[in-house]
Design a binder for this molecule. Structure first.
Ligand SMILES: [Zn+2]
Length: 334
């Protein structure tokens, strides 16, 4: 019997104490076409959960707004940047895609304009609409059903979302594989729904949540810290020794842009480090840097670092190593 779960307003966790093997089985059927919902929603929700894995509080909770931010970004970039418009089979397209098109038309925003570049007001408007009209209607409840109440619990009242403890640890352990599986299945679904091959689709899907620019973070870091490369300590000038913002734990692993994982670097270090982890003396250095960051009472910083503790960056570093990022890098001093 199929249960109509999409209209659920809340759902509790089953607390089934699943083994990794059982969790893999649920993930595989959830991501493949076997699951009830055939739209691209489940992949967008997966991306939202992954982007927020290190944003949880001590009880593994997230807010709807945190998840809706990623969700809105995914649909904006797919629809308004890449022109991929079909996200649901049949005559009625996914509401999230329709909402993006409405917003784009309302403000006359040209095709190709990245989500990051939208004004705060437009971003907020879109996030709110997508949360209310798409996620609350057809995402949280439907996908709760697809995962048989094993992955998360949620309640529209209080806009509450919480990971199952075992599933959360599983996601940290296998994050890289889950990212790849999500991207593969999402790309496959998009081609199927749009009835055509989309150029460089897998790359587009991979980078869909990636920021167009890290400039806002660069500004904050330049305002409060010495203009030196975090790694080689060379002075950073605005001239040819260009300032770069580097994801200490690579973006390809974390898929998110926490300020506590971002450092200023010279172009040489940034390019040679690329997708690698720096040796662990830099982890300590970053923890010390972050201690300073916490003490700065500017609201723009406080909102970005409120969930941080030194254990988080350590965990992120450890889990990236476990996920295969074990090719360590050290700067070449010149
Ligand atoms: Zn450097």
């Amino acid at each position: 019997m199929k249960i109509k779960n999409s209209k659920l307003r809340e759902g509790k966790l089953h607390h089934a104490y699943l083994t990794d093997e059982q969790i893999w089985r649920i993930f595989s059927s959830f991501l493949s076409s076997k699951s009830v919902k055939q739209s691209t929603y489940k992949y967008a929700l997966m991306k939202s959960m992954i982007e927020n894995l290190y944003e949880v509080n001590g009880k593994l909770e997230l807010t709807y707004d945190q998840l809706a931010y990623t969700f809105a970004k995914v649909y904006w970039n797919l629809v308004a940047v890449h022109g991929i418009t079909q996200h649901n089979p049949g005559s009625r397209n996914a509401k999230a895609a329709t909402l993006v098109l409405e917003e784009q038309n309302k403000y006359n925003i040209p095709q190709g304009y990245n989500f990051d570049k939208l004004s705060d007001a437009i971003q907020c408007d879109l996030i709110k609409n997508i949360k209310q009209k798409a996620m609350k209607e057809n995402v949280f409840g439907a996908l709760y059903g697809d995962t048989r109440g094993n992955f998360y619990e949620f309640a529209h009242k209080g806009e509450y979302f919480r990971f199952d403890k075992n599933v959360y640890t599983f996601m940290l352990n296998y994050q890289s594989l889950l990212i790849q599986l999500t991207n593969y299945h999402m790309a496959k679904k998009i081609e199927e729904l749009n009835g055509r091959a989309v150029d460089y689709l897998i790359f587009k899907v991979e980078d869909i949540t990636k920021r167009g620019t890290l400039k806002p973070f660069e500004k904050i870091l330049l305002n409060h810290f010495e203009k030196r490369c975090f790694y080689c300590d060379k002075e950073l000038t605005s001239g040819k020794r260009h300032v770069h913002v580097d994801h200490f734990v690579p973006w390809s692993f974390v898929q998110s842009d926490q300020i506590w994982n971002l450092v200023l670097s010279c172009s040489r270090c940034n390019t040679t480090k690329n997708d690698k982890l720096a040796i662990d003396q830099y982890l300590e250095k970053l923890q010390i840097r972050n201690e300073k960051l916490i003490t700065i009472s500017e609201p723009s910083i406080q909102t970005k670092i409120s969930n941080y503790d030194a254990g988080k960056i350590e965990k992120m570093y450890e889990y990236s190593r476990k996920n295969g990022f074990d090719d360590f890098w050290t700067p070449v001093y010149m």
